[in-house]
Design a protein around this ligand. Structure first.
Ligand code: ADP
Ligand code: MG
Length: 226
């Protein structure tokens, strides 16, 4: 489903080159729940941006659903980002002036789904996630855990092949974070592929496979030496 081959990402600053991803090889099969675990500054978000087609590597090859990303034009990339990948962020990234249901409908609007169907699908998934009473609320009227559930609804509404989550529990207390992990497990049981990025070993362990990142280098390993 996803394959990174010898990916390097480097930045130039003040005449010095900084290598943020150092010859990374990484693949994910359909239906996996993988976490990428590493401390702050290790290159996690950079890796997420490349996986999510928000950024391009300096060198190396990246294949997603059988296509090499480097060869694609911006219109195709925008479509992949909207329909094939569901993004979940630490800070939820909901639109503050749109209601809950409008936030969840947004990806379907970009996909040009008819208004009536859009609303029906958004209400259905919000109801399933226990947010049926909240559809006309605004994000700031919800708790952090509820807002993250809304963001998860928005991420899955287009039935993307991959869910990509960057520190999804980072802004939540422990109990709420655990509930979000339960939800991820359910979504994974339904066949969704999940890649989750975190600095927290207790969160990473909810995945079936943990890949560690340190100074831009990846290693598969057991949790104990994280
Ligand atoms: P993490 O998400 O693991 O905390 P990041 O991927 O955000 O790490 O950053 C890894 C390193 O890359 C950091 O040292 C950061 O300063 C550097 N970095 C990230 N983005 C840029 C950029 N656009 N320009 C220069 N350096 C960057
Ligand atoms: Mg980060």
């Amino acid at each position: 489903m996803l394959m990174m081959k010898d990916i390097v990402k480097s930045y130039e600053s003040g005449g010095e080159e900084q290598t943020v991803l150092d010859h990374v090889n990484f693949s994910v099969e359909k239906g996996e729940f993988v976490s990428i675990l590493g401390p702050s500054g290790s290159g996690k978000s950079t890796m997420m941006n490349i996986i999510g087609c928000l950024d391009v590597p300096t060198s190396g090859e990246y294949f997603l659903n059988g296509r090499e990303i480097e060869n694609l034009d911006e219109v195709t990339l925008a479509k992949i980002r909207n329909q094939e990948i569901g993004f979940i962020f630490q800070s939820f990234q909901l639109l503050p002036r749109s209601t809950i249901v409008e936030n969840v409908e947004l990806p379907l609007m970009y996909a040009k789904v008819h208004a009536k169907e859009r609303r029906e699908r958004a209400v259905e998934i919000l109801t399933r996630m226990g947010l049926g009473e909240k559809i006309d609320y605004y994000p700031n009227q919800l708790s952090g855990g509820q807002q993250q559930r809304v963001a998860i609804c928005r991420a899955v509404i287009t039935q993307p092949s991959i869910l990509l989550a960057d520190e999804p529990t980072g802004a939540l207390d422990q109990k709420t974070g655990k509930q979000v992990m339960e939800l991820f497990k359910e979504l994974n049981d339904e066949g969704r592929t999940i890649i989750m990025i975190t600095h927290d070993a207790n969160i990473a362990k909810h995945a079936h496979r943990i890949v560690k990142i340190l100074d831009g280098k990846l290693s598969e390993g057991v949790l104990e030496d994280a």
